[in-house]
Design a protein around this ligand. Structure first.
Ligand code: SF4
Length: 249
């Protein structure tokens, strides 16, 4: 894939941001939390899991373990039982507990507020740190690149990389820094509503004009729709024929 010139890409990106802000004025972090620690824990749980599912387990988890000390001293099996439905529950329980212990041992029980400190915690990677910094502390230190953001950045040809950290670097060059946290929320909302992984709704997409993939994916979606229609038609026809055959027996 050959990208357009950086200044053209920047102009496209500005248009994309403006339209997405109009389309999703309420875009925000979907995880429920009351303080930075809760957001950190919820983000660890959100790996390979939906935010909706995480929000179903965290009220019980936070009630049972209301602070960092309680998490650090918890029986791992008890954490595991509560978070089981989020998947990878053993490694997530271990990450939550190790993180809580590190916060107590090295940061006096307070969630640190820099990228370097956050990523020094066992169980916290750059993506998780970006979520916490951008949402709990209002600090735009980077851009969260999850599967939605990575996929849409490539479709929009804002990046050609698959490595999330490389995608993030490309996006940081294009998006104004004060919008970094918001930008992720906008792309995630867009990815859930229009630019879905399998059947993107390019035809009624609000950013189809600055999207280089629109002509290709709209055509693919049209062909897929036509085939699905044909298959459904055949199935319907088949269903109509069956009772007649049985009636002749
Ligand atoms: S036009 Fe299609 S591929 Fe491009 S952003 Fe919109 S839904 Fe995604």
């Amino acid at each position: 894939m050959e990208l357009d010139k950086p200044d053209q890409r920047k102009t496209r990106c500005d248009t994309i941001i403006a339209r997405l802000r109009e389309t999703f004025p309420e875009a925000h972090c979907a995880l429920h939390y009351a303080d930075p620690l809760q957001l950190l824990v919820a983000t660890i749980l959100s790996a390979q899991c939906t935010d909706v599912r995480v929000n179903m387990v965290t009220p019980r988890l936070f009630k049972r373990f209301p602070d960092v000390q309680a998490l650090a001293e918890a029986e791992p099996a008890e954490i595991e039982k509560i978070i089981q439905s989020t998947g990878f529950f053993r490694s997530k329980a271990r990450a939550i507990q190790q993180t809580a212990r590190d916060i107590i041992a090295r940061y006096s029980g307070q969630v640190p507020q820099t990228m370097e400190e956050l990523t020094s915690l066992r169980g916290v990677g750059r993506k998780t740190a970006n979520v916490v910094l951008g949402n709990a502390f209002g600090k735009n230190c980077g851009i969260v690149v999850d599967t939605h953001v990575g996929r849409i950045a490539r479709r929009l040809e804002l990046s050609q990389h698959t490595d999330p950290e490389k995608v993030e670097k490309d996006l940081m060059r294009l998006v104004p820094q004060h919008l970094w946290a918001l930008f992720s929320h906008l792309l995630i909302a867009h990815g859930r509503t229009y630019c879905t992984a399998r059947n993107p709704r390019c035809v009624d997409c609000p950013i189809s004009s600055p999207c280089p993939s629109a002509p290709i994916l709209s055509e693919a979606s049209r062909v897929r729709g036509a085939k699905t229609g044909q298959r459904a038609g055949k199935r319907k026809a088949g269903r109509r024929v069956m009772p007649k055959k049985r009636a002749h027996r």
